[in-house]
Ligand binder design. Structure first.
Ligand code: 13P
Length: 341
């Protein structure tokens, strides 16, 4: 049976398109604004999101946008609520519903994501505000004696409880277990931890009665730790990532949309492209992007808070969305970057 949630989930991962993660919390957007010397005030945050969402033609390569609580209550410069504006362009509005990754008690250095209390009520309100899907990010840290079983199990449980609550409210849950790339660990260690994490997450989703057909997975890629002396190449990242997804993610899942996690803009595009090129027609799900930094970075640094830069910043966003759109079909080439420049 094709339900509304199934239709939404499939539309989120449609070929040629991906998701724009614009759900930075107030603390995170403050950090991003600091890098361009812009004060993080409500009007500035609104103006920045306005620039992103009003980019003409965004819908050609963006299927959905993840909003933050403040953003879903804000409106465009001509007074149209952002969720309504996006929907009118054929872009599906979504909402971050987690309350952030907090210190995990008795497990120094590890985090667990909070936000389950009162979630059903908040989901009902977000549905009224126009959201069709939700996001919850769990964070797994690799380090000495980390991750612990405590961290994996606690985060998997919270993700599954969140997903069940969303589906009960009619929202498609994006299930996001992020294995951080911070650290000097090898790609082999990242692969092992990603496999462990995904297995725990799918077991928890099963126990919590979540309908996998109405979910989208947002995983990190299997990559070398940022400070690892040996950095795996693009083909190796693609091979190891797809191998683990095949092992751990049931075919029933509607689709997979990767986070960028601190990879450079073009590297994130290349990795996605390599997977779609090497494994075309071989996988039960579409592989696409749900990038925050890797989509917004050129746009943010072009914008710099000035109205005069809006058109150029929008062009930078549309270019990255286009490149990543091509990567969902394995049609991206580095030369296309130079042509644009
Ligand atoms: P990045 O692509 O910047 O990792 O952000 C994606 C996201 O939504 C993290 O939760």
């Amino acid at each position: 049976m094709t339900t509304d949630m199934r239709r939404t989930a499939l539309a989120m991962v449609a070929k040629g398109k991906g998701i724009l993660a614009a759900d930075e919390s107030t603390g995170t957007i403050e950090k991003r604004f600091k890098s361009i010397n812009v004060e993080s005030t409500e009007p500035n945050r609104r103006a920045y999101r306005d620039m992103l969402f009003t980019a003409k033609g965004l819908e050609h390569h963006v299927s959905g946008v993840i909003l933050y609580d403040e953003t879903i209550r804000q409106s465009s410069h001509d007074g149209v609520p952002f969720a309504k504006l996006l929907a009118s362009k054929g872009i599906i509005p979504g909402i971050k519903v987690d309350a952030g990754a907090k210190d995990l008690a008795l497990c120094p250095g590890e985090k667990v994501t909070e936000g389950l209390d009162g979630l059903a009520k908040r989901c009902a309100e977000y549905v009224k505000l126009g959201a069709k899907f939700a996001k919850w990010r769990a964070v797994i840290t690799i380090g000495r004696d980390m991750p612990t079983t405590t961290c994996i199990a606690g985060n998997a449980h919270a993700l599954a409880r969140y997903a069940a609550i969303c589906q009960a409210a009619g929202l498609v849950p994006i299930v996001e277990p992020e294995v951080l790339m911070d650290g000097d660990h090898t790609i082999e260690r990242c692969e092992e931890v990603t496999e462990w994490t995904l297995n725990a997450v799918y077991q928890a989703l099963y126990i919590n009665r979540v309908t996998l057909e109405e979910t989208v997975l947002k995983p990190s890629m299997v990559i070398s730790g940022k400070d690892c002396a040996k950095q795996a190449g693009v083909a190796e990242v693609a091979e190891r990532t797809v191998r683990i997804l095949k092992r751990c993610v049931p075919a029933a899942v509607a689709g997979i949309a990767f986070l960028s996690g601190g990879q450079s803009d073009e590297t994130a595009t290349e990795h996605l492209n390599a997977m779609n090129k090497a494994y075309a027609g071989e996988l039960p799900w579409n592989l696409t992007f749900s990038y925050g930094r890797a989509l917004q970075h050129p746009s943010l640094t072009t914008w710099k808070g000035a109205a005069a830069n809006v058109a150029a910043a929008q062009a930078a966003l549309l270019h990255r969305a286009h490149m990543n759109g091509l990567a969902t079909k394995g049609q991206y080439k580095r030369e296309l970057e130079r042509q644009a420049a």
